[in-house]
Every structure is written in C-alpha cells, then in structure tokens.
Design a protein around this ligand. Structure first.
Ligand SMILES: [Fe+2]
Length: 261
C-alpha cells in the first residue's frame, strides 16, 4: 500500500471468515451493480463465465474460503490473503504456485471511483473470475516462475506484461473488443473509458509491451489486445531475457501520457 494509506488489512476470525460492516457491504453492492452495467456487454466471455462460476452477487462480499474452494475445483488456483503489498519475489512465488495474493479490506464510499491501493473489490471482483480459466492460470503460473528466474532489473520490465495484460488486458472475441484486465473490471472510471473506446488499442506484442511505460494514477491511454489466452501462454515460449535486453537497447517508446502531470 502507499505510505499514506489509511486502510487497515482485515484478519479473519477463528472460523476463517472475514467480517464486513453493513457500510462496507453496501460499497461492494454499489460497485458491483455499477460495474455490471458496463461489463455485462464489455467483459470477455471467460471473465463473465468465471464470475458466474464463483457466484458473486451484489449482496455480499465474497469470503476467501468460498473463493478458494471453488477455484480449487475449477483450476487448482487459489487466493492468499496478504496484509499489504508484498515483496516482488514473494508475489512471484505465489503466482508460480497458482496462488493469487489478495487484500481483504474494501474502499470507503469516498473512494468509490478510484483507489490507489488494491482492495478486495479489485482483487476478488477484478482478478478472481479469470482464475477460473485454465489457460489464464497457466499464464499466471509460468509468469511467476519466469519472474523468479530473472534478475531484478529484468523483472521490472517483465512486469509491464503483467500491467498491460493481467491488469488492463483486452481480447478480440468474435469480431469485438472485450476486456478482462482487473484494473478495468474494478474501476468505474477505467471501465467507462475503455468501453467508450477512449484509448489506443495495440495488437499484443511482447517487445512493444516491454518498451511501453505506464502511469498508475490515470486512466490508461493504451490497451493491448490479445487474440486468445492460448496466444498469451504461447508468448512465454519466446526467449524473454533476450527480448528484455532488446527492449532496453531500443529504449522506451514515446509515452502517450504527460509525464509532468
Ligand atoms: Fe491487480
């Protein structure tokens, strides 16, 4: 979490359940309904099918134990509650074991549209439906293992792939552009911006992604669109260290955002 965060991570009771207040549940419900208005026609089929399989509703914040039980049956994936942002190698180790680290607090009403640190709406509503997809889990597992095998400087570049795909990825589906990135799914302003065609769409290309910088505090000026999740998994067969070296040698592409803003 940012140093200025006023959010405190929740801990489960002895029964493994996290307790949420009525106000917190109302925040989930508002976000859920607002996002589904946009996403029911804009999220990709894997996301919508995953969400249905996880049984999310506007009425309750999902419990980690229930999400884990369902993901375990579907793909062998799971989530791991974490206190805050965790070190890179710990994060990558979890991914390599098909475990997704999740924060369990939820944003306050004043942060409904945007929150810098990932909360449970981002982690669970945003990310978990994609963990129901076998190919996506393969990608996550291999991404984590790859990150663990690279030197720290290369990992920074590799994580541009995480940003542009896992957080803000789009997919071409039956002639239409659909979204699956958790940063789009969990942010009302980002989802509206993406659905309205407010950003440039680039074809998926690892070298281009490795040469593309980003800002975390603005709606994204560019999204990358994959053709399929099989394509995404197969992309990791490339000589990634060599591509990262090449990206570094060529330098970053001109940014589509204002660095000074
Ligand atoms: Fe995320």
């Amino acid at each position: 979490m940012p140093k200025t965060s006023t959010y405190v991570s929740k801990t489960p009771g002895p029964d493994g359940l996290f307790v949420y207040t009525a106000e917190e549940t109302e925040v989930w419900g508002k976000l859920y309904r607002r996002q589904m208005d946009t996403l029911s026609n804009f999220a990709c089929s894997a996301y919508l099918s995953g969400q249905a399989q996880l049984g999310f509703t506007a009425e309750a914040i999902p419990q980690v134990c229930d999400v884990n039980a369902r993901l375990g049956q579907l793909t062998g994936a799971g989530v791991e509650p974490v206190a805050a942002l965790i070190p890179q190698d710990e994060f990558s180790t979890l991914l390599s074991n098909r475990r997704f680290p999740v924060a369990t607090f939820i944003r306050r009403p004043e942060h409904l549209d945007y929150i810098e640190e990932p909360d449970i709406f981002h982690e669970v509503f945003g990310h978990c439906p994609m963990l129901c997809d076998v190919e996506f889990c393969r990608f996550m597992e291999r991404f984590g293992a790859l990150a663990l095998s690279l030197p720290a400087d290369d990992v920074k570049i590799l994580f541009r792939l995480w940003w542009f795909i896992v957080e803000f990825g789009m997919i071409q589906e039956e002639g239409s552009l659909k979204a699956f990135g958790a940063g789009i799914m969990s942010s009302p302003s980002e989802a509206k911006h993406a659905a309205a065609g407010g950003a440039d769409i680039m074809p998926f290309d690892l070298l281009t992604i490795f040469r593309t910088d980003y800002r975390i505090d603005i709606v994204q000026p560019v999204y990358f669109a994959i053709e399929s999740f099989e394509q995404l998994v197969a992309s990791l067969d490339a000589d990634i260290p060599n591509l990262i070296t090449k990206a570094r040698r060529l330098g970053d592409l001109p940014p589509k955002f204002d660095r000074a803003a």
